[in-house]
Write a protein that binds this ligand. Structure first.
Ligand code: 13P
Length: 248
C-alpha cells in the first residue's frame, strides 16, 4: 500500500525569528505539491510564531515530556505543544537518547502523551556505526521498536523515523539496498506489534537527506518520506526534497 509521503524538517537547536521567513517558500511548495505532507519542527520557542506566520503548514515539536503537568523544570507537555499549535512531536531522537539518556520506555511514554493529545508522534530509531559494523543493525532497531512503540496506538497517529546515527549530519547515507532491508524489517515488526494498523504507519528515512540523494532514497520500497535536519533549514534545499518526494 502506498502511503502519502511525509517530508518533515527537524531544525534541532537552529533557527530564529528572522529565519522563519524560510517558511514562506516551504509553505508555497507544500501547497504546490499537495500529494505530499510537509512539516517543520522548529525550536519550541518558535512554534506559535511559525503557526501564526504559516497557518497552513504543519508545525511540530522536537520533544515533549510524558506528563501533563508537574515539577519538571524546563520541560514541555504535549498539551502545551498542542496549545502552541503543534500538530506533531518528534520523540526519541538519537540526539536525545544520547544527550539525555532517554530509554525506550521513556520514549514510549512520550509517544503515548503525544497521541493522547491528538498529535502525531514521530518515533525515532536507528543503530550506531559500531552496531551496524557488528551486523546488529536490524536487531537493534527491532529492539527499539519493541520498547518505544505504543502497541495500543492507532497506526495513523504514529510515524517511525529510521535514522542511522552514523548518517546524521555526516553526509554519509546507507546504500539503497540497506535502506530497503531496514524499512522492510521495520514494516514487518510494526505489523507484528500493531496488526493491520502497522500498514498505516509511515516509515521515514533520516540522515544526510539532501536534494541530490532525495529521489533515490524516496523511491525505495517502504520509504514513506524523510526526516531532514540540515537541509531543512533553508527553503532552497528543502523545497527540492519536497519536489523529489512528489515526483515518485
Ligand atoms: P541531517 O539531515 O542533518 O543529517 O539530520 C538528520 C536528523 O537527525 C533529522 O532528525
Amino acid at each position: 500500500m502506498a502511503l502519502r509521503k511525509l517530508i518533515a524538517g527537524n531544525w534541532k537547536m537552529n533557527g530564529s525569528l528572522d529565519g522563519l521567513s524560510e517558511l514562506d517558500a516551504i509553505a508555497e511548495a507544500a501547497a504546490t505539491h499537495s500529494a505530499v505532507d510537509v512539516a517543520i519542527c522548529p525550536p519550541a520557542t518558535l512554534i506559535a510564531v511559525a503557526v501564526a506566520r504559516q497557518p497552513g503548514l504543519a508545525i511540530g515539536a522536537q520533544d515533549c515530556h510524558s506528563a501533563a503537568t508537574g515539577a519538571h523544570t524546563g520541560c514541555l507537555s504535549a498539551q502545551m505543544l498542542a496549545e502552541a499549535g503543534a500538530k506533531m512531536a518528534i520523540v526519541g531522537h538519537s540526539e536525545r537518547r544520547t544527550d539525555n539518556h532517554e530509554s525506550d520506555a521513556e520514549v514510549r511514554a512520550k509517544a503515548v502523551a503525544v497521541i493522547n493529545q491528538g498529535l502525531t508522534a514521530i518515533i525515532c530509531v536507528g543503530e550506531s556505526a559500531a552496531q551496524r559494523d557488528a551486523g546488529d543493525a536490524v536487531a537493534v532497531v527491532t529492539q527499539q521498536l519493541d520498547g518505544s512503540v505504543p502497541v495500543e496506538a492507532d497506526g495513523a497517529r504514529i510515524v517511525i523515523a529510521y535514522e542511522p546515527v552514523w548518517a546524521i549530519g555526516t553526509g554519509r547515507t546507507p546504500s539503497t539496498a540497506d535502506v530497503a532491508e531496514m524499512h522492510s524489517a521495520i514494516r514487518a515488526r510494526l505489523m507484528a506489534l500493531l496488526g493491520e494498523g502497522g500498514a498505516a504507519v509511515r516509515i521515514l528515512y533520516g540522515g544526510s537527506v539532501k536534494p541530490s540523494n532525495a529521489t533515490e532514497l524516496m523511491a525505495v520500497a517502504d520509504v514513506d518520506g524523510a526526516l531532514v535536519g540540515g537541509a531543512s533549514l533553508k527553503a532552497a534545499d528543502f523545497v527540492p526534497i519536497i519536489a523529489a518526494a512528489a515526483s515518485i
